[in-house]
Design a protein around this ligand. Structure first.
Ligand SMILES: [Mn+2]
Length: 328
């Protein structure tokens, strides 16, 4: 394929990858998503967190550690920067200390992106943001039917908060799946969760998802069936548009300790890489990666893994968007 994409990572034989202003994967920073196929952005929102806040620092930390990314996926051969016009548009607007105002700004940000024909690859922020992104994609016209979700996470995020265990805003990082299903954004029967293992508030805490037809692969089941069986199950559900959301706490905290609510006994980086590489070719309409907390990640190792998982995800998204635009 002839590479006619204007925006390319600042990588060359004479370049200094370690120097210069950090952008997502060293792509150019542009002021708006106009003209982009894939808009890379940060969503520095963590007002949906209750345990250890700080994921608002994720986008900046991930940008810095994404310097290491090169151009081609070694397993699939995908070269995303040759397939789509892709750049860093900066961060979604938030109003610190005003969750509701921030939520609406974020929804509108993604609605404008979608209305212009750009597909998001977002770095959080806490795990509230997929709900806001999906609302925006619906408002902007990209999400025209309930989407299937591929979710890597230690937690199922279906918490019933009203009259339940929390006394705060129902829009928070433990509820986005339930709200997304209730709002008709998510098709639970085409959705799958991988890596669930957090201790639960009650034995029936996940009944909402079970009853809705969600496929929930707990870590102990993953350990039995392995990544190849998981890939097959995801591909079986990917008969229509899919949305990929990665909570970094899906990975084991020995690898990614820099997150607000770590749960021991999780996926390895290799297992998650293997699964993502097995999904090449599916129709993904958006990606987010959440819950990287720089204050809890002094080594940068969590952000390093996050940046690489975003690259793996970009390879899937770029092919899907190029196909939608008739280029492959
Ligand atoms: Mn989550």
């Amino acid at each position: 394929m002839k590479n006619d994409q204007v925006y390319q990572p600042a990588i060359g034989p004479y370049d200094q990858k370690f120097a210069g202003i950090a952008t997502m994967m060293r792509l150019p920073h542009v002021p708006s998503p106009e003209g982009l196929d894939v808009a890379m952005c940060g969503v520095p929102y963590d007002m949906g967190t209750f345990m250890r806040p700080g994921a608002r620092s994720g986008p900046a930390q991930i940008r810095d550690w994404s310097r290491f990314i090169r151009n081609v996926n070694p397993a699939t051969g995908i070269a995303p920067f040759e397939m789509v016009q892709c750049a860093d548009i900066g961060d979604a607007p938030v109003t610190p200390m005003n969750p509701q105002a921030s939520q609406e700004k974020i929804v509108e940000y993604f609605a404008a992106m979608a209305a212009g024909g750009s597909f998001p690859l977002a770095a959080g922020g806490d795990h509230t943001i997929p709900l806001l992104i999906l609302r925006g994609l619906k408002r902007g016209g990209i999400l025209t039917e309930p989407v299937g979700i591929i979710q890597f996470d230690a937690h199922s995020d279906v918490l019933q908060t009203e009259g339940g265990v929390f006394d705060g805003d129902e829009v928070n990082h433990a509820t986005f799946i339930r709200l997304g299903v209730e709002e008709g954004l998510i098709d639970p029967k085409r959705s799958i969760q991988i890596g669930l293992r957090g201790s639960q508030y009650s034995v029936d805490a996940n009944d909402f998802a079970v009853d809705a037809g969600m496929r929930m692969i707990y870590q102990h089941e993953f350990d039995e069936i392995g990544p190849k069986a998981v890939i097959k199950e995801i591909l079986d559900r990917a008969s229509g548009p899919m949305y990929l959301t990665i909570d970094i706490d899906g990975l084991d905290p020995s690898i990614c300790p820099g997150t607000g609510y770590p749960e021991p006994g999780g996926l390895s980086t290799r297992e998650m890489q293997m699964i993502l590489r097995g999904l090449q070719g599916i129709d993904v309409i958006g990606v987010d990666l959440c819950e990287v907390n720089a204050g809890l990640d002094p080594s940068g190792g969590t952000a390093l893994v996050a940046a690489h998982l975003l690259f793996e995800s970009l390879c899937i998204l770029a092919e899907a968007v190029a196909r939608r635009k008739g280029r492959v």
